[in-house]
Design a binder for this molecule. Sequence first.
Ligand code: FNR
Length: 429
Amino acid sequence: NAIYRPGALGIEPVVPTGTAELESRARRAMSRRAWAYVAGGAGDGATMRANREAFDRWRVVPRVLHGTTERDLRTTVLGTDLAAPLLLAPVGAAGLITDDADLKIADGAHASGIPYIFSCQGSSPMEQTAAAMSGTPFWFQLYWSTDEELVDSMIGRAEAAGAQALVVTLDTTMLGWRTQDLDLGSLPFARGIGIAQYTSDPRFMALVRERVAAAESAAGGAGLGIDPRKPLEAARAARSGVGTLLSMARAHPGATRDNLRSPEPRAAVEAFLDIYSNPGLSWGHVSTLRERTSLPVLLKGVLHPDDARRALDSGVDGLIVSNHGGRQVDRSVAALDALVRVREAVGPEPTVLMDSGIRSGADLLVALALGADACLLGRPHVYGLALDGAEGVSAVIDNVVAELDLTMGLVGAGSVDAITRDLLEGAAR
Ligand code: FNR
């Protein structure tokens, strides 16, 4: 009713309720590069399309005359109380869209009472984003660095900041084949966007200072304050190993003077690109998690049922079935189809969340009926941010939750547990 009231008064909302309209208005509000980065997927976009097509293979079969006047959307996932079975997915480099992006997302999440999973590539230090959550629960998402001390440092900070769970993303040991970003010559991180979690980390900054010192001594003490427009200096920089970064930074018109001219920001970007993730990540790494943190641990990016079983055997607390919104492996299995297989493989008990393709409350209902304990919302909340800052994020969440609530009332599910498979007709591919 709260959602309908403004409409009844003839007030058009800033954030549209329909998915297609939300996307097209957000596109107009965003720069070409920001749109390419957020909306884009890997390769030809086959995975992104598959994520949506998978939802289209299911139909809800509503029940009638059930008298469901009260709906309870609350649930608990690994000790975190959720007002609805929804969390905001981690999104890196949202600073491309607006200043203080993560703080605004946190404000919006808090206003709607929905947890936010802070990205390792967030645009503000997690301690600041945690403060903006003002008591609403949050989780922290880790990309496993090649530097093990940095891994421990990030986990320690997340614990100290009050994160209620640790999400380790497994599907991005390298950045996927992002054709739109490649074609626009656009990589936010090369411009220092999305590295705030790192530059606020003592271990990371120690590594950066080591690099600066090493490069300075290699350059004969001339320092790294090189003006790339001066060929001699650039040549010397190339010899000292900073050439790659300089040429990369120059290839990006958005590169700031700071990135190009002062040694530390530039070395920070370079260090980030070198160590933010670990292509050698293996089960051996995961097996060390239990002794590194007391937080519940979820592995994000699991798609194969065998990996799901092995993950739970290795002692983690939960899984997030996800193909990263179709941004990593093109022609991946659709996340919703993978959810069905993973739930079959692990049985009803383990905690299994899902994301990739959720756009509405009806989608959420389908994913819950197919065995998800809760879902993550990715791009839509970023579109809300682009349209109306914190209020836009909150509006997107409220719309999804309102549609879920309404749909539960219409089909006869009074609680999250009552959203069961027998409400659906269809099949996983
Ligand atoms: C992401 N995603 C992501 N995942 C993660 O674990 N760490 C991250 O830093 C990011 N960064 C990121 C940036 C942007 C702009 C997008 C769109 C996505 C993936 C995200 O958490 C989630 O898995 C997908 O977005 C879910 O798919 P939908 O809802 O966007 O279809």
